[in-house]
Design a protein around this ligand. Structure first.
Ligand SMILES: Nc1ncnc2c1ncn2[C@@H]1O[C@H](COP(=O)(O)OP(=O)(O)OP(=O)(O)O)[C@@H](O)[C@H]1O
Ligand SMILES: [Mg+2]
Length: 243
């Protein structure tokens, strides 16, 4: 089976700054892949390159056999890639349901069918009781969950999640992990950025480490958490001792 997402020698420069350097990575259909690394490693930038929000300066990004590198975001989304934003920006004066419908309209032409699809997505995110609440009045944690709903409503085959668990209390993490597992079980491949290591180790089939824009490691959660380079660059000795 060929990879769903194939990055080849991807580079992103911002002027003199090389935020992503020569990244080559495959994501197979059905995988849940965790992308970790220190602040400023280039994780969000890599997501933005995949999703068509940044132009890449070198390399190629193939999704489902088609080059999507440097294609506009709406086209990448239509091809089946959806992303959430690390910094949430809910639409002003829209309810949660209306915000999700913005995503559903990609695949549903009439409002009634977009509404039904959006309600279904809200239920999958366990947010159906919040459908009529104004999005901007939700807590940060629920705004992040709404981001996931909005992305999922575009019916992606690949979902890119950027720190959707940040700010959750330890008790709130398992529920969102269950939601993500259920999304994956429904046939959606997941690539996610997360700093909460317990969550990464719990849900990822494979973990990829970025450091200074470069791919430092790629392996199972157990392999990566034992890798001396990863411990030195990101996890720290304390984590290694406790792992
Ligand atoms: N639009 C931009 N213009 C210029 N530099 C940028 C831009 N976006 C990101 N950078 C720089 O690129 C580097 C990678 O940033 P990025 O946000 O991708 O890191 P990250 O791994 O997501 O970090 P964090 O864990 O803090 O979210 C940083 O040095 C950042 O300052
Ligand atoms: Mg980031």
């Amino acid at each position: 089976m060929s990879a769903l997402l194939q990055l080849r020698n991807v580079e992103k420069r911002f002027g003199g700054l090389q935020a992503v350097k020569d990244v080559t990575l495959d994501v197979e259909p059905g995988e849940i892949v965790g992308l970790i690394g220190p602040n400023g490693a280039g994780k969000t930038t890599l997501f933005s390159c995949i999703a068509g929000f940044h132009r890449i300066t070198k390399g190629s990004i193939v999704f489902d056999g088609r080059e999507i590198g440097n294609r506009p975001a709406f086209e990448v989304c239509r091809a089946g890639v959806a992303r959430t934003f690390q910094v949430v920006k809910p639409f002003a004066r829209m309810t949660a349901l209306q915000s999700v419908m913005v995503g559903s309209f990609l695949r549903h032409r009439d409002a009634a069918s977009a509404r039904r699809a959006a309600l279904d997505v809200l239920a999958r995110l366990r947010m159906e009781h919040l459908a009529d609440v104004e999005a901007h009045s939700l807590t940060l944690v629920l705004k992040k969950r709404l981001e996931v709903a909005r992305a999922l409503a575009t019916e992606p085959r690949l979902l890119l999640l950027d720190e959707v668990m940040a700010g959750l209390s330890p008790g709130e993490v398992p529920e969102l992990l269950d939601v993500i597992r259920a999304i994956n079980a429904g046939g959606v491949t997941v690539l996610f950025v997360e700093h909460i290591m317990a969550a990464v180790m719990n849900i990822a089939h494979r973990v990829v480490v970025l450091h200074g824009g470069e791919l430092l490691a790629d392996g199972t959660p157990a392999e990566v958490s034992r890798d001396p380079q990863v411990i030195a660059a990101y996890l720290g000795e304390e984590y290694a001792a406790g792992a």
